[in-house]
Design a protein around this ligand. Structure first.
Ligand code: SAH
Length: 233
């Protein structure tokens, strides 16, 4: 299968964002997209499988983060509810120095991630766990950056993600077109979890929000998932 459209669209995205790349990195992106698309024919991983859409939304959208913040060399990053590895894996392909943990509750997804990491030869930690439970282990307060796309409304997402961050760490949340409303609805959650909105830039029809954790998270958070969902902060 030749993937000219994927390749050309991705190249165009990278050039527009001013991101440097090597032929090896392009090859890894293609190999990864191929694995996602092939697996998706029998195991539901993603709705976006067209070459141009995938290059733009799965890869370009993820890499947009590079233009918004500096990722310190070797920083600890966790992708919460990563699914087939988005946005975490595209970031890792262009910044192999980051220490990346991919977390998802679904065994189907983590099995795919283990295979993809081995196939691509990338060093990532794959963890099958629920975020609200993993946040009560040694992973709490231990990451510089948490990433998340398409997992939960912002007010719930904050409770699922912020406990993983060190104080001063950043949550990068990829949000859809109703991000303004989500921000409005998340005011109380932001204050309960001692967070502030640091930056917000539109990308496609949504936005990437950067949210900073100002203080250690209170022991009461995260609550059980039923509470997070039925009585969101
Ligand atoms: N981030 C990916 C996948 C989005 S689908 C992308 O943008 O393509 C949402 C994923 O979040 C699913 O794979 C689901 O298993 C996972 N998820 C939802 N709630 C979770 C939780 N509480 N803990 C861990 N994973 C969760």
């Amino acid at each position: 299968m030749k993937m000219r459209i994927f390749y050309e669209t991705l190249k165009n995205e990278l050039d527009t964002m001013g991101i440097q790349y090597t032929p090896e990195q392009m090859g890894l992106c293609e190999a990864y997209f191929r694995l996602v698309a092939e697996t998706n024919t029998h195991t539901n991983l993603t709705r976006i499988t067209g070459e141009a859409d995938a290059a733009r939304m799965h890869f370009g959208g993820a890499l947009y983060l590079f233009g918004m913040m500096d990722l310190p060399k070797g920083c600890r990053v966790i992708d919460i509810g990563t699914g087939a590895g988005f946005p975490g894996i595209p970031l890792k392909l262009f910044r192999p120095d980051i220490s990346l943990t991919l977390l998802d509750a679904s065994g189907k997804k983590t099995e795919f991630l283990d295979r993809a990491a081995a196939g691509l030869g990338i060093d990532v930690a794959v963890l099958r766990a629920r975020a609200e439970e993993a946040a009560r282990t040694a992973l709490r307060d231990s990451f510089d950056i948490a990433l998340s796309r398409a997992v939960a409304p912002l007010r719930m997402l904050l409770e699922l993600c912020v406990p993983f961050l060190k104080t001063g760490g950043t949550l990068a949340a990829w949000k859809g077109e109703s991000y303004d409303q989500e921000l409005e609805d998340a005011k109380n959650a932001m204050s309960a979890l001692d967070c502030t909105l640091h930056n917000c830039r539109s990308v496609g029809c949504g936005a990437v929000l950067l949210i900073e954790k100002q203080k250690p998270t209170q022991d009461t958070y995260p609550r059980r998932f039923s509470k997070i969902k039925n009585q969101p902060l």
